[in-house]
Design a protein around this ligand. Structure first.
Ligand SMILES: C[S@@+](CC[C@H](N)C(=O)[O-])C[C@H]1O[C@@H](n2cnc3c(N)ncnc32)[C@H](O)[C@@H]1O
Ligand code: SF4
Length: 343
């Protein structure tokens, strides 16, 4: 086994990967209650004193960007639009040198009001999660009647230039697994780039069953009944989505339209993973499925310098597991659900 080398510049691990893509959870709270993510009553939210302040979040992102080679910063949660200081956090991160690309993963509720402000603050792109084009089904799936708000958020993002606007969808057996084609039609009609995500064992209720998961393979088969898909010649790199060109359809701004499938469970891409994660309470996670976390908040509040924080972060990433191990009989779902890690 190679020993940890604190002199390394970036966020390398012992499996020869280097993390350059930072996912920052800005809150574990949410205004929806997607059945595959959270129970109806919500969760035990993180206590406020443990949450990073806006200045602390920006300081840690600064350490990642200026000292550790992070080039992409994605804000997520919980629902990141619930974070009041979001525009100012985006502005401060976009002002870092070298400037990272800045992205947001959101359920889209409230985005109609905020898209312009966020674009002006320096946000580059958004991924909006939308699992159904049917308002009644949306209400069943998210336990909230906010479908129209999400559609307005998508439209406002395009108008604000947060392009290409990406849409994320999770298909659930017996709930919305008949929507692969309608969702893609909707996305193509509006010029949004759709990605399907396989459901992962990260729900708070621990109800995930592999046998019930709608696989990437199945999603592609359904899409092919209505669309002619060609493998995308653009190299995938560390990107989680495998993408296909949709024949006969053009993307906004020209070029072929695309659809993606993130088959994290059935076709894991751990070998090319370039992610590092920061939770809303200031812990680094090397993987969504890690059993271990490294607390930076305590060190920071205890007076650690930026150099010391960078060393802690490097050390945490050096221990990144080779893969998520969902297929391993000894697999253990992490204690934190997706909404508290940051999806
Ligand atoms: C956890 S959410 C956080 C950001 C925001 N609230 C949203 O919904 O986009 C990020 C993404 O994770 C997805 N997600 C949540 N739970 C999941 C699970 N168990 N498996 C796969 N994707 C999941 C959501 O559909 C969403 O696209
Ligand atoms: S998937 Fe996103 S919108 Fe849905 S409950 Fe989880 S955090 Fe909220």
């Amino acid at each position: 086994m190679t020993l940890w080398d604190p002199r390394g510049a970036g966020l390398a691990d012992r499996h020869s990967r280097v993390a350059t893509d930072l996912r920052v959870s800005l809150t574990d709270r949410c205004n929806l209650r997607c059945t595959y993510c959270m129970p109806a009553e919500g969760l035990d939210w993180l206590p406020s004193p443990t949450l990073l302040t806006d200045d602390e979040v920006v300081r840690l992102i600064g350490v990642a960007v200026t000292r550790l080679g992070v080039t992409e910063v994605r804000f997520t949660g919980g629902e990141p639009l619930l974070r009041r200081g979001l525009p100012e956090i985006v502005r401060a991160v976009a002002a870092l040198e070298p400037r990272p690309s800045t992205m947001l993963t959101t359920n889209g509720v409230g985005l109609a009001r905020l898209a312009g402000t966020l674009a002006e603050a320096g946000l580059d792109r958004v991924n909006v999660s939308l699992d159904t084009i049917d308002p009644a089904r949306f209400q069943t799936l998210t336990r909230r009647d906010r479908h129209a708000d999400v559609l307005a958020g998508l439209a406002a993002s395009a108008e604000a230039g947060l392009v290409p606007v990406k849409m994320n969808a999770v298909l659930l057996r017996g709930v919305n697994d008949d929507e692969a084609v309608p969702l893609l039609r909707f996305a193509l009609e509006h010029g949004y780039e759709l990605r399907f995500i396989e459901q992962m064992p990260l729900d708070a209720g621990h109800t995930w069953r592999r046998e019930e998961m709608v696989t990437g393979e199945e999603i592609l088969a359904r899409l092919r009944e209505a669309f002619d898909l060609r493998p995308d010649p653009v190299l995938r790199g560390g990107a989680p989505a495998e993408t296909w060109l949709v024949e006969g359809h053009t993307a906004v701004g020209g070029g072929p339209a695309r659809v993606g499938v993130i088959a994290s469970v059935s076709r894991p891409f751990c070998g090319a993973c370039d992610r590092t994660r920061l939770t809303a309470d200031g812990s680094v996670r090397s993987c969504l499925f890690s059993q271990e976390e490294t607390d930076l908040r305590g060190a920071m509040r205890g007076g650690a310098t930026d150099g010391e924080l960078a060393d802690l972060w490097r050390k945490a990433m050096w221990a990144k597991p080779a893969g998520h191990g969902i297929d391993d009989p000894a697999f253990l779902q992490p204690a934190r659900p997706m909404s508290a890690i940051g999806g």
